[in-house]
Ligand binder design. Structure first.
Ligand SMILES: [Cu+2]
Length: 167
């Protein structure tokens, strides 16, 4: 009984954390207020560059291109957020929505009606197939340790991450 109660408490805590965590790292930037554009290339399995410095308050447009042969993700978050997000990404692989170099968008759309976490639409990230280009516009308002990371299963662990230093 107590175990069950603690588990519910834990669930409540983690879902609150989920919705709060995006605000903890800043918020979606406005297209009209971009201070700088930073180009990021994604390879199998690393980012180039894998280190960026951003002044607190800046709105950055990250122009991201996938130069690799696999699906990759550019995601801005704390280490904890990445680890948590990796569970979501594992589901996309388990359900064969991510298959090597392809994203089955139709399947993602259909399945996400039942399980919203499969929709994978977050303002702080973009997921790309090989040769695709995407962007993330983010306003960095908080003094937190941030990382860019690819949370496709195994990629982060094999070194597909980098530092975002806010100063
Ligand atoms: Cu990757």
């Amino acid at each position: 009984m107590i175990k069950k109660f603690l588990f519910i408490l834990f669930l409540l805590f983690t879902t609150t954390l989920n919705s709060a965590s995006l605000n903890m790292i800043g918020h979606k930037g406005n297209e009209l207020n971009i201070d700088r554009v930073i180009n990021i290339k994604m390879y199998d399995n690393y980012f180039e560059p894998n280190f960026v410095k951003i002044k607190k308050g800046e709105t950055i447009k990250f122009l991201i291109s996938n130069k690799g042969s696999l699906v990759h993700e550019y995601n801005i978050g704390t280490k904890e957020m990445h680890l948590e997000h990796q569970e979501e990404m594992q589901k996309l692989v388990d359900n064969e929505i991510i298959k090597g170099g392809e994203i089955d968008k139709l399947k993602m759309k259909i399945m996400s009606k039942k399980d919203h976490s499969l929709a994978h639409s977050h303002a702080n990230s973009v997921m790309l197939e090989p040769n695709q280009i995407g962007e993330v516009i983010w306003k960095f308002t908080k003094d937190v340790d941030l990382e860019m990371g690819c949370n496709v299963p195994g990629h982060y662990q094999s070194g597909m991450l980098g530092k975002i230093i806010i100063y």
